[in-house]
Design a protein. Structure first.
Lengths: 315, 504
């Protein structure tokens, strides 16, 4: 498909004039703007954080405080910090439960919507609303919906003759309330991507399977899911990374409470870095989390790449 | 392609390492404020007309107080030509937004607003300009003597210099349903159960008794009527917000506890402080609506307005205009304000305005600062429902009577501030790390309130954090500060002139 962007037109003209410009060079030139943006907003902050993580940096220690080199001291502190480990464990628990529910529910919804003959497009658009809404605004609305005294959830429970709950104030319930919020907001994402994947699957293998008399379960297990696995793996990785970085719902509902039962690792980093202004510790802890996420993503992707290679070889 | 791409990526990484490695020093603060060497304008003249192209930015708290300020800012612009851009912030995020601007030297905010706990850090780190020269030059406009001394000392002064002027006070007291407290049936029942008269609590143990007494289930009677929903004796701000620190400190100060001991060690795990926290957790929270464990001050006011609670715990009296709406919502209800058991031993504080060191419009900022904290603007603020920081307005009983729904609490606030100037002292106000301690406190106090930890465990954890912030003992920079006299009767016994309550 022709790329008609202004940038492409300029360089196409440039290429036509300069016959020494190869396709290879041309393609490199096209990605330079994206690389510059990535460098300034992604790579430079990353290396700046790495620098800070090896120094003593407290923004509130006075106007002339030097950022002295401390080596691995911040990492030692982070690795010995019980609060950091508890927040990490809590985040892992949250991500495991929330992402699992989102995947199951999202895939189920995608299959159901894929079968619809009418209103498919309207339903798809409606499902966009939770994801498209401003997280802070949605968080505030959910905070009021969850309120024990005035909230709509308890009003509904009482109307049905059921016992109301202290959704955000009960230490045993608060994290699950956040999970419910997260599932509501991001299941549509899983559904939409899965639906797109379903709709892009080739029809021929399914027609052949039907002709051969394969059962629905066999088609699902041997055809649909294996063909969908790259899409589902990608969704799983993206949702897991997002869940690990959970911040907005916490900031707008519980602020990590009651106690610290909903304090995720990102919220802890916010507290350490922007309330205590211990940027050194916050950067060290952030790098540890980054490392874990990269390793996790790498392992999952490696498995997927191996499956794809095997499939390509058997064709 | 692969080789050249790898080379390009490698160069990019090296470049980033070099650039980030170069930034190893904190930004240096700009120079101290220029001395006001010009002659002060006469008191009756308007502020000098400055460059009409000047726009100053004021970072302040979002809320109805700022809605009022926007209208007044237009008046200021009409008088002086200086435009005022008001940036509203939610209180939980205000601290870091302002610090990042000042430390980064962006100059985005000219006038900044601070909470009491942040002042020591900002003044000590030279984030804000001392204002003494400006105040001396424009003394008639400022009229320093009209600002309650307790407020100014706590909110605006540091090491003998003035860094800010308070513009609205949140000094706590108690709101209670005086119609319930004065109901004959309730009074008789209370006396029979507890052996003393039902009245404004003079100790926190009495507050706990009243909270327990007024907690009723649906189907019970309240003031002679059968209630259809549960009713609670008290509303508390037990969510993970800084409000919980305000409440527990107020209790602790009344029984001799403090955040920081006289020797600089943490006082939060002292017997007195833990006792205060236990009273809060074991005797007040259980009689509060369940939503209290995730709520802040606005939730408590809503609980009062909807007839869910008989009284608040330590509550910011500037919420009077919201609290008194209960009288419109609940037939027969009357809301009264009163001092807390410790009277002035509470957060006699205010949101205070100062000029950021990163400001590029210092003179224009001072013009607006003195204007918005001056009598004229403060009177308009008071008429609009704000709790002024001007003594002359706060102590004007006739003003309070004329504006009961917005200023009915003023005489009580005035009384509390007078008492605070004689009776309230806390080491915490003189510790540079107070801001960090303030932001850290909710995590630990909420852990105790919710039962995640025992009060002792939570306070030991909090004490360890305070030690970490202070690198050992905290330095208490209170030279020249006079502590209250131990034998002052006003500070050891509770008294309150009921004529200060503006009744319906």
């Amino acid at each position: 498909m022709e790329n008609n962007s202004l940038f492409t037109k300029i360089f196409s003209g440039f290429k036509k004039k300069n016959r020494m410009l190869s396709d290879d060079t041309y393609s490199k030139l096209l990605i330079i703007p994206a690389m510059i943006v990535l460098a300034f907003f992604g790579i430079f902050p990353l290396f700046y954080s790495i620098n800070i993580a090896f120094r003593h940096v407290d923004l509130t220690s006075g106007p002339n405080a030097a950022w002295t080199w401390v080596g691995l001291q911040n990492f030692k502190y982070a690795l010995n910090d019980q609060i950091f480990w508890k927040a990490s464990g809590r985040t892992l628990f949250f991500a495991a439960i929330s992402v699992s529910i989102q995947m199951l529910l999202g895939i189920f919804l995608a299959f159901q919507i894929n079968k619809l003959k009418w209103f498919k497009d309207i339903i798809r658009v409606l499902f966009l609303f939770p994801m498209a809404s401003a997280p802070a605004a949605i968080g505030m609305i959910w905070r009021y919906m969850y309120d024990s005294d005035f909230g709509v959830f308890n009003a509904a429970l009482v109307a049905l003759g059921l016992h109301p709950h202290n959704w955000l104030g009960d230490a045993k319930l608060a994290l699950f309330s956040i999970i419910l919020f997260d599932v509501w907001q991001w299941t549509p994402f899983v559904m939409l991507i899965t639906l797109a994947g379903l709709q892009s699957l080739p029809k021929e293998p399914f027609e052949a399977a039907e002709l051969d008399g394969a059962s629905n379960f066999r088609i699902l297990s041997k055809l649909t899911f294996p063909l969908l696995s790259p899409v589902l793996t990608l969704i799983f990785i993206l949702r897991s990374i997002d869940a690990a970085r959970l911040y907005d719902p916490i900031a707008s509902t519980t602020r990590g409470g009651p106690g610290s039962v909903t304090e995720t690792v990102t919220y802890l980093l916010y507290r350490v870095g922007l309330k205590q202004f211990k940027l050194d510790i916050a950067c060290a802890e952030a790098l540890i989390i980054l490392y874990v996420i990269v390793v996790f993503s790498g392992l999952v992707l490696k498995r997927l790449m191996r499956q794809q290679s095997e499939r390509a070889r058997t064709k | 392609m692969k080789r050249s791409f790898s080379i390009a990526l490698g160069l990019l990484i090296v470049l980033n390492l070099v650039l980030s490695g170069c930034s190893t020093k904190a930004p240096v603060a700009t120079e101290a404020a220029p001395a006001a060497t010009e002659a002060a304008p006469a008191a009756t003249e308007a502020a000098p007309a400055l460059n009409k192209d000047v726009t100053i930015t004021w970072a302040t708290l979002a809320g109805f107080y700022t809605d009022w300020a926007k209208k007044l800012a237009d008046e200021f612009t009409a008088e002086t030509g200086i435009k005022v851009n008001i940036v509203e912030m939610d209180l939980p995020t205000m601290y870091e937004k302002e610090v990042l601007d000042i430390v980064g030297g962006t100059g985005a905010y000219d006038i900044i607003t601070w909470n009491v706990s942040w002042k020591a850090e900002w003044a000590n780190n030279e984030y804000i300009y001392p204002l003494d020269d400006f105040i001396a030059r424009d003394s008639a406009d400022v009229d320093f003597n009209d600002i309650p001394s307790a407020l100014e000392a706590v909110s605006g002064q540091w090491k003998g210099k003035t860094y800010g002027l308070p513009y609205y006070t949140f000094t706590p007291g108690i709101f209670y349903r005086c119609d319930l407290f004065e109901n004959a049936d309730e009074k008789a029942a209370f006396k029979a159960k507890y052996g003393y008269d039902l009245d404004i609590p003079q100790t926190y143990d009495q507050m706990a008794d009243i909270a327990e007494f007024f907690s009723r289930k649906a189907g019970d009677t309240l003031a002679g009527k059968t209630i259809s929903n549960d009713f609670y004796g008290i509303g508390v701000m037990a969510g993970r917000y800084t409000n919980i620190f305000d409440e527990v400190n107020t209790i602790a100060w009344t029984i001799g506890g403090d955040v920081i001991n006289d020797d600089g060690t943490p006082g939060v795990n002292s017997d007195a402080y833990v006792k205060a926290l236990k009273l809060y957790v074991e005797k007040l929270v259980p009689h509060a609506p369940t939503g209290s464990l995730s709520g802040s001050y606005d939730f408590v006011i809503s609980q009062l307005n909807t007839g869910l609670i008989a009284m608040t715990g330590p509550m910011y009296l500037d919420q009077w205009a919201n609290a008194v709406k209960a009288e419109d919502n609940i037939p027969g209800a009357e809301v009264c304000a009163a001092p807390l058991p410790g009277i002035g031993k509470t957060w006699a504080g205010a949101f205070t305005l100062g000029i950021a060191k990163s400001s590029k419009n210092v003179d224009a900022s001072w013009q607006f600062l003195k204007w918005i904290t001056g009598k004229k603007a403060q009177l308009a603020f008071a008429q609009g429902g704000g709790t002024t920081t001007r003594k002359s307005i706060l102590s004007d009983i006739n003003f309070a009577k004329e504006h009961r729904k917005t200023a009915g609490h003023f005489p009580v606030v005035s009384y509390i501030l007078d008492n605070a100037s004689q009776c309230w002292y806390t080491n915490y106000n003189y510790v540079v790390e107070a801001a960090k301690i303030y932001e850290e406190a909710p995590a630990w106090l909420s852990a105790a309130a919710s039962g995640e930890m025992t009060p002792e465990e939570a306070m030991n954890g909090f004490a360890a954090k305070i030690n970490e912030f202070c690198n050992g003992k905290c330095q208490i920079l209170n030279e020249g500060v006079t502590k209250p006299a131990a034998d002052n009767a006003a500070c050891t016994s509770w008294s309150f002139d009921r004529s200060l309550q503006i009744r319906k």
